[in-house]
Design a protein around this ligand. Structure first.
Ligand code: FAD
Length: 153
């Protein structure tokens, strides 16, 4: 199994809705679909608290904007588990509030990527991922809005 699926599938299995589990897990565990895991940003590696990718709610839908870096096998992936903010870190009471985990279909309008030169030979390629007004709904959320940090760590 690719590293992104290894990271993502347990979170869906443990915290996803029943319909989400039915939709994603059988094919993913059978190796028919692949996930990448997207948390790292250019200015937020170990320091996840400072991620800036943000999904803003408008009329019951969420619009994701931002970018991720070092994302392994993004080109081969059907879906990304994206760690985003739904509230900026500057406005939350606790630094760990306001994180939401979204499943993003890589074919969604507004998702793009560029390969990264890593300087070493690796079996899998890393990418920078970009999100430009990527439209999502609550059905794409693992767990609850604003409560993703507890699932992550
Ligand atoms: C081959 C490869 C594949 C990757 N694949 C993915 C992927 O699929 N998805 C994804 O989201 N990310 C991926 N990453 C990114 C990876 O998870 C990050 O590199 C990692 O989180 C560290 O972030 P950073 O490189 O920005 O380092 P930084 O956060 O800048 O840290 C640099 C160093 O400083 C140390 N450090 C940082 N803060 C402290 C502190 N307070 N006290 C002491 N030491 C500290 C760290 O341990 C580290 O050794 C990949 C990276 C590589 C190299």
């Amino acid at each position: 199994m690719v590293v992104g699926s290894t990271m993502s599938l347990p979170m869906i299995a443990d915290h996803g809705s029943e319909s989400m589990k039915e939709k994603y897990l059988p094919d993913a565990y059978a190796g028919k679909t692949l996930f990448c895991f997207a948390i790292t940003e250019a200015t937020a590696g170990t320091n996840t608290i400072r991620i800036n990718s943000i999904a803003t709610e408008k009329g019951g839908r969420y619009f994701l904007n931002g970018s991720k870096t070092f994302i392994t096998s993004a080109d081969e992936s059907d879906y990304a588990l994206v760690v985003a903010r739904t509230q900026p870190h500057t406005t939350v009471k606790r630094k760990t509030d306001g994180f939401t985990l979204f499943i993003v279909d890589m074919k969604t309008k507004g998702v793009s990527m560029t390969p990264l030169e890593m300087g070493v030979v690796l079996p899998e390629q890393q990418f920078q991922l970009f999100f430009d007004e990527v439209e999502l709904t609550e059905d794409d959320v693992i767990g609850s809005i604003d409560k993703g940090f507890d699932i992550l760590f």
